[in-house]
Design a protein around this ligand. Structure first.
Ligand code: IFM
Length: 442
């Protein structure tokens, strides 16, 4: 497998999952800080208070990226570090942290991809309704504009939002994520305002006239397949496909929500103001695809949504309970390409949690993750050969970290993190990935 010249080989992280020190140097609390400190929300009562202590160990972490041979790194900015209340007064100490990080990456020859929103909304904005409030789109665009002015000269790749579907569904509809709401009306509004915030941020980006920078959005996508040929199974699979894969992309690329989902949610359907869709449709330069697994779906009258996920017996599953299904990466990349045209794509996340345990000698051997990465890279390569304009691959994640509602119980990293001592150890998957990347440079 020889990937194209200039292909980005990266790993990804997100602020709340790795940084720790959530209130340091004048930062404002985020909804995840608040949520994780609410008893009963996170497995084992874990919080992001320390996480990987990356806020203080970022230089060491860049050294690890160099050892891995990465030429790209995707990370996110904690909005509340820069604007403690989400808007208004800038906290320069917080901003300087990201400036130092970006400069350090550039010095190391690592291209930064900066995600503006990876779920850690400033808590004060949640007190005003969070994403369910239409004004949140403007607050987000103002924050984005500040970041473009401050870092636009040195960050070449910008992503507005990470996985808006997850924000809407897990944050506002099912409540496993911050802000922990279970309200379909609020969820539909939040989804729409996320899209509007994205579009307004893209407009702010264009207004800045940055010559060497590109902007896109990161979405979680995956095949939603029927368990059988029965019309009912096909119907529920199509509904899930439209909900997960099209709900955010159709508005961005076509200016409309998918009909089937809108009909399904009926009275709760988002109400777009006349000018919203043209803003949401603002041209983007790339699309980020986060791929982990597929869903196989069957009709189930006893379920409120009328469907259930069918467990794939005999297939390997990760610690998250997700089936390992590498072909799905090819299928979804092909689908995006066929559906939405020549937009450059990045795999902005792909990875697996397995139960990694260090040997008495301190080594971490994770052959399942090596197989996982290899198999997914084969599918990525196949997609490129079949004409998909894929420009880079970011493994999730650089290091073990705070896996949201699962706390520290799920390890996705290329680097093993001992959360007691903060010692990092390269897993055998990290060594494998480093060799693979080195092989691409020959
Ligand atoms: O850890 C998350 C990440 O924050 C967003 N995408 C999925 C990952 C694994 O669950």
């Amino acid at each position: 497998m020889q990937f194209p010249q200039g292909f980005l080989w990266g790993a990804a992280t997100a602020a709340y999952q790795i940084e720790g020190s959530p209130l340091a140097d004048g930062a404002g609390a985020s909804i995840w800080h608040r949520f994780s400190h609410t008893p009963g929300t996170i497995l084992n009562g874990d919080t992001g208070d320390v996480a990987c202590d990356h806020y203080r160990r970022w230089q060491e972490d860049i050294e690890w990226m160099k050892r891995l041979g990465l030429n790209a790194y995707r990370f996110s900015v904690a909005w509340g570090r820069v604007l403690p209340t989400g808007r208004g007064v800038v906290n320069h100490k917080g901003l300087d942290f990201y400036k130092r990080l970006v400069d350090g990456l550039l010095r190391a020859g690592i291209t930064p991809m900066l995600t503006l929103y990876h779920w850690d909304l400033p808590a004060e904005l949640q007190d005003c309704g969070g994403w369910a409030n239409r004004d949140c789109a403007k607050w987000f665009a103002d924050y984005a504009g500040l970041m473009f002015r401050e870092l636009g000269d040195r960050v070449p790749l910008w992503a507005t939002l990470n996985e808006p579907w997850v924000v809407m569904a897990l944050g506002y509809l099912w409540g496993q994520h911050a802000p922990g709401m279970r309200d379909i009306g609020a969820a539909a509004k939040a989804g729409h305002h996320l899209l509007l915030g994205h579009g307004k941020a893209v407009q702010a980006f264009r207004a800045q006239g940055l010559r060497n920078a590109q902007i896109g959005i990161v979405t979680n996508l995956g095949p939603q397949q029927p368990a059988s040929n029965s019309p009912q199974d096909q119907m529920v699979a199509a509904l899930w496909h439209n909900f997960i894969n099209r709900y955010f992309l159709d508005p961005i690329f076509r200016g409309e929500y998918p009909d089937t989902v809108i009909n399904f949610i009926g009275e709760f359907a988002p109400k777009a103001a006349p000018d919203d869709m043209p803003i949401i449709q603002s041209r983007i330069d790339f699309l980020g695809v986060n791929y982990y697994t597929r869903n196989v779906l069957a009709y189930d009258a006893s379920d409120p949504i009328g469907s259930r996920t069918v467990f794939q017996e005999g297939k390997l599953h990760t610690e998250m309970g997700w089936e390992v299904y590498p072909e799905g990466l090819y299928e979804i990349l092909k689908w995006v390409h066929e559906e939405y045209g020549e937009i450059p794509l990045y795999i902005t996340e792909n990875g697996a949690a397995f139960p990694d345990t260090p040997t008495p000698q301190g080594e971490v051997d994770d052959p399942l993750r090596v197989d996982y990465i290899r198999a997914h890279l084969e599918q990525a390569y196949r997609a490129i050969r079949d004409g998909v304009p894929l420009k880079g691959y970011f493994y999730w994640s650089l290091m073990d970290n705070f896996e949201w509602a699962f706390g520290y119980s799920k390890r996705f990293g290329l680097l093993y993190v001992d959360f007691e001592t903060q010692k990092r150890t390269m897993k055998s998957s990290g060594r494998w990935y480093a060799e693979f990347i080195a092989g691409q440079r020959r």
